[in-house]
Ligand binder design. Structure first.
Ligand code: CAA
Length: 378
């Protein structure tokens, strides 16, 4: 896809940051499960934490396409840094941007955009994963406070989040109309981090359980109106799926780049590996599929920026990019042979990191439900 000069320049800026500052750290971050606090600070300085947000809320005032390009470029070298950026921007910031009132926006968006606060998104529960409307966490209004009880799980940046946008219901029997969206601030009594997950991939991003025990949050922390929560979260996920697609794409591009480099330098029977037609065939498939995923992702970003419906296209982009991304990273390991299984090369990390893209922000099966409902017009 031909990008205009503005987007080409923006990509160059992010690419330089990714290659010079993120890539050299990626292997160690993964091995030590270290959260990249310094890179978060740098992304704040470079105005990468809230790319699409208007300047009056501290954002860079750019578009969704720029945001997708940034996640792609960072994901190309480090999935963990990429997932932090996607979760912070799409899931921590976006619901406040679309549903918050002016006071809430001024209070939280500016520090989130500057990296002075980390944002997170609490939807998933032990019994409400793909079925997001099955939320069991309750919110009871008592005086001017909501009393929250329940558990959220697998929350990206949950344990390190300064604020978490989360869902809770007035009554689990009400289904989706009972669900509201709230913001809880770190340090609120009754709110704590539970189990921290030890994951297959994205090992330097923090994934935690969050526990609410008679946690009283101010009434002012309700986003939108009571009962709006499910739809706010669905809209947030529509948008977030563009960035998860972009991250899946970036990791796949990283695997492709590594495979090209390896097959040019490694020798088989005295000839560079790439002279072998079966390697050429694998690389051709990877390159074609990566380019097709890029078109779907950029198209969904352009639709969103044009104010047109993009639910179906974002689900397609996420579904396709994560599917071909998993295939590409597995192929990259295969091309590297035994070297591919070692952490001397980045491809095993890419393969581990890519797996989340088929699961987080809605599994591939959920994306197909979303696409089919749009296709059939439910
Ligand atoms: N935008 C706005 N409104 C929407 C919407 C959307 N995209 N999707 C649905 N709605 C509305 C519907 O129109 C309907 O409203 P009306 O009754 O007024 O028409 C209401 O919401 C209920 O919709 P459905 O009947 O379609 O809801 P459902 O219960 O059948 O669920 C689902 C739909 C798409 C399967 C949804 O449950 C879903 O997306 N599940 C996956 C959840 C998910 O992605 N979880 C990931 C967690 S976050 C994460 O992973 C982040 C991380 O940290 C990695």
């Amino acid at each position: 896809m031909i990008l205009d000069e503005k987007h080409i320049k923006f990509r160059e800026k992010v690419k330089q940051f990714a290659d010079e500052e993120v890539a050299p750290r990626a292997r160690q971050l993964d091995q030590k499960c270290e959260f990249p606090w310094d890179l978060v600070k740098r992304m704040g300085e470079l105005e990468l934490l809230a790319i699409y947000l208007p300047e009056k809320y501290g954002g860079a005032g750019l578009d969704t396409l720029s945001y997708a390009i940034a996640v792609e470029e960072i994901g190309r070298v480090c999935g963990s840094t990429g997932i932090f950026l996607a979760a912070h921007s799409s899931l921590g910031i976006y619901p406040i941007y679309i549903a918050g009132n002016e006071t809430q926006k001024r209070k939280w968006l500016i520090p989130l955009a500057q990296g002075k606060m980390i944002g997170s998104f609490g939807l998933t529960e032990p019994n409400a994963g793909s079925d997001a409307a099955a939320t069991q966490t309750t919110a009871k209004l008592v005086g001017n406070k909501y009393i929250i009880n329940g558990t959220k799980c697998f929350i990206t940046s949950g344990g390190i989040g300064d604020i978490i946008v989360f869902t809770a219901t007035k009554d689990p029997l009400l289904g989706y109309p009972g669900i509201s969206a709230f913001v809880v601030e770190k340090g609120t009594p009754g709110f704590s981090e539970g189990k921290k997950e030890d994951k297959l991939g994205l090992r330097s991003s923090v994934t935690s359980e969050l526990i609410f025990e008679d946690c009283a949050i101010p009434k002012e922390n309700l986003l939108g109106k009571e009962g709006d929560g499910f739809k706010i979260f669905m809209q947030t996920l529509d948008s977030g799926r563009i960035s998860i697609g972009a991250l899946a794409l970036g990791i796949a591009q990283g695997a492709l780049d590594a495979s090209i480099k390896f097959s040019k330098t490694a020798l088989k029977s005295g000839r560079p590996l790439y002279k072998n037609q079966s390697i050429q065939s694998m690389i051709a498939d990877m390159a074609t599929e990566v380019e097709a995923a890029r078109l779907l992702i950029y198209q969904s970003a352009l639709l969103k920026d044009a104010g047109k419906p993009f639910t179906k296209e974002a689900a397609m982009a996420k579904y396709y990019a994560s599917t071909i991304g998993m295939k590409a990273t597995c192929t990259a390991v295969k091309i590297h042979g035994m070297f591919g299984l070692t952490n001397e090369y980045p491809v095993e990390r890419f393969m581990r990191d890519e797996k989340l893209m088929e699961i987080g922000e809605g599994t591939s099966e959920i994306q197909k439900i979303v696409i089919a409902r749009q296709v059939f017009g439910k």
